[in-house]
Write a protein that binds this ligand. Sequence first.
Ligand code: FES
Length: 301
Amino acid sequence: MRASEQILDRLEREPALDPVAERVSAFWSTVLRSPRLRDLLSGRRIGHPLHPAAVLVPAGTLLGATALDLTRDPDLRPAARRLIGIGLLSAAPAAVAGWSDWLDTEDAERRVGLVHAASNVVGIASYATSWWQRRRGGTGLAAGLTGAAALGLGGWLGGHLAYALGVGVDTTAFQHGPAEWTDVLAASEVTTALHQVDVGAVSVLLTRVDGRVVAIDNRCTHRGGPLADGERDGDCVVCPWHASRFDLISGAPLQGPASRPQPVYEVREVDGRVEIRRTEVRALRTNPVGPQPARALAGRH
Ligand code: FES
């Protein structure tokens, strides 16, 4: 195992981080107790988590300032200081969005997320020190370089969170529902209650809206909560884990923290039976998990 993998594996399993995470979680749960604020920070309105987009400005400006410093051109020093100022101001909303995402993590994701955040806090504090030193006539170079190193570490861990641990990824991204019409249940069994049916490796939520049978993916796109175990509220379903609210017809998230819509299945009734299918155009969804329909593999390799 490479050294980087060993470090990450150690972090994922480090129990000493758990008590710290508990205290930090209690703090942010209090600060971010407003569901409307959590919804705003989730990124639901832009269709994916806000945090990765929000870090672009602070990361770009702060690291840009360090790049200017490295030119050793004294004429660029005022520009570098301004970039640091912009970076520090824009870091606050990006960080709060990240803490909001972190609150809905557990175990390894929570431990790595905590160290990711700590690295970024060190990075921001270092750049703040650098800005202050520059204001007093100093170079602020060492503090800036320290900040860049800490942000680099934080970015590396953030990449691990997203690309290896899947935090923020639509949890249905690799699921493949039936491409052909598939019998799932007798129509008489489908009521306005929330019904879960398993179709191959995919779990589907069936219910009736205005008498019509509708079907959406049962796995919440946020962190994978089982929607059929949630509550129905009008034409919506509320996830039992973090209370995201989804429209039962369109699958759209109407309340975060989920930012991605639930996959929707076509439904028809034939001879008293309910059949569903979903036409898929996404390559990673047609590279299925679990039992693999022959059609999904046709034409590959
Ligand atoms: S798993 Fe978080 S809202 Fe559904």
